[in-house]
Design a protein. Structure first.
Length: 464
């Protein structure tokens, strides 16, 4: 029989709380929609008061609550449930002193890279990781609080929208190794000094790294020099990935095919040639970052390559679907979860390199949080679209109107003010053999376009 994740007494000690009826838990939840049997339900307060949902959580299988108000059931009573969640996360880290911990941040790709690292850790032993995009002031302590006491290796995702958000999260995790995937114009509307401010904010991840730890950095990024200097100031060893032969992990070539890509690389000078189940060009450098992070967390190269070879694209982040039409099928590449100028250009390059018997079509919705320069960033996408040889471009949203106005008439597929209104235009235009990519910020509802296109196949034997 395995030990419980937490006993009520341990929870009380970690949170300076008081036990109201004894219990043990095997999980931690903050949302009644995802509560599982045996969970501790943490009643956070915010736009909605989690205390209003304790009864529902208990009905769904939670065995106890962490609350700051009287509860009609087993609980640990604390003065502040958010502070208590942080205390529980810190206690989880301290009791699992044997755990090798890593953390990932970056303007692009941090969730996919984190999940690929997670796959490698799982092959190597008892592992733990962030799920989905649990990377903020709630997601990080929640992930820590869920970490079993016998965990050997763990990987955490750390994100930010503003300055001074990463530092406390990095100190909470106290990672032995960190990776910054890249730095670019993301969330720039929140930084008066633009991309430089973003770079400084990403460098905050070094503040929590254990002494002598490792910083894994993108040598192809314009901010590599700055980040390397900041890492060394923090007493960290720097490991680089990129196209140059001087990199610890050098990407030699990336050759995308239908549903996979072949990578040639050199790791510390040793030649590697391996396939991955990804087609986006950004997965070339991403794979190098994954291998370096796994190495820093004492995972063998064999396990790293096996994990990359089996890792499937995440939904909304490159997942592919064959959508059946009455007279054939088209390929849908779903990149609808997020978008920024860096990832847009990389996605176009990847699509342009793919072999296809039909047309290359993109459906794009607004990139958000780009500040007053948003029209310029959107209009500038016309150049990489042309370079990639994209045949038709469909645009939705007020910012994407700037791109639409910059496109030649031969490349214009259709424009609508909203994603929902754009979907029918694309559905009417798509033909069997086409290669269609949907990309945009989650907040501009790019996912609605992807969902509508996948639904086209349901009536004719296709599969979403």
């Amino acid at each position: 029989m395995t030990d419980p994740l937490w006993t009520a007494r341990e929870i009380a000690m970690a949170t300076d709380g008081q036990v109201v009826a004894d219990f043990t838990v095997n999980g931690v939840s903050i949302d009644t929609r995802t509560v599982e049997s045996g969970d501790l339900f943490v009643a956070l307060t915010g736009l909605r008061d989690g205390h209003d949902f304790i009864a529902q959580a208990l009905e769904k299988g939670a065995v106890g609550a962490l609350a700051s108000k009287p509860v009609g059931g087993p609980s640990v009573r604390v003065s502040d449930t958010f502070a208590a969640l942080e205390g529980l996360g810190l206690a989880a880290r301290l009791r699992a002193s044997q755990t090798r911990r890593g953390a990932v941040t970056g303007s692009v790709g941090k969730t996919s890279v984190t999940q690929a690292i997670r796959a490698g850790l799982a092959l190597a032993g008892r592992s733990h990781s962030s799920i989905k995009s649990y990377n903020n002031h709630i997601g990080v302590p929640l992930t820590l609080a869920r970490m079993p006491r016998d965990t050997e290796r763990a990987i955490f995702e750390i994100g930010m929208n503003h300055a001074d958000e990463i530092t406390p999260l990095s100190r909470m995790v106290a990672p032995h190794a960190v990776a910054i995937t890249t730095v670019g114009p993301v969330h720039v509307e929140n930084f008066p000094d633009g991309e430089q401010g973003v770079a400084r904010a990403k460098a905050e991840i070094f503040h929590g790294v254990t002494p002598g730890g490792v910083a894994i950095l993108n040598a192809d990024n314009a901010w590599f020099g700055f980040l390397s200097s900041e890492a060394r100031k923090a007493g960290l060893q720097v490991r680089s990935f990129g196209a140059a032969s001087t990199c610890d992990a050098q990407l030699v070539s990336f050759m995308p095919e239908a549903g996979f890509a072949q990578i040639r690389a050199r790791l510390h000078g040793k030649a590697l040639d391996f396939p991955i189940r990804q087609t986006g060009f950004h997965w070339g450098p991403n794979s190098m970052a994954v291998l370096l992070m796994l190495e820093a967390l004492d995972v063998t190269l064999d396990h790293g390559l096996a994990a990359l070879g089996a890792f499937q694209p995440l939904e909304g982040r490159g997942a592919e679907h064959q959508v059946a039409l009455a007279t054939g099928a088209f390929t849908l590449v779903d990149e609808s979860y997020n978008a920024n100028p860096i990832s847009m250009s990389a996605a176009f390059e990847s699509l342009g390199a793919r072999k296809t018997g039909g047309r290359r079509i993109v459906a794009l919705t607004d990139m958000l949080e780009l500040g007053e320069d948003a029209p310029k960033y959107h209009a500038a996408l016309a150049a990489p679209l042309a370079k990639a040889g994209i045949d038709l471009v469909f645009c939705a949203g007020p910012h994407m109107k700037s791109l639409w106005d910059s496109l030649p008439s031969t490349r214009r597929g259709g424009y609508a003010l909203s994603a929902v209104d754009l979907a029918p235009q694309i559905a009417m235009a798509v033909e069997p053999g086409d290669l269609v990519m949907v990309k945009g910020s989650n907040g501009s509802r790019a996912g609605a376009v992807a969902t509508a296109l996948m639904a086209m196949g349901r009536g004719v034997g296709g599969h979403p």
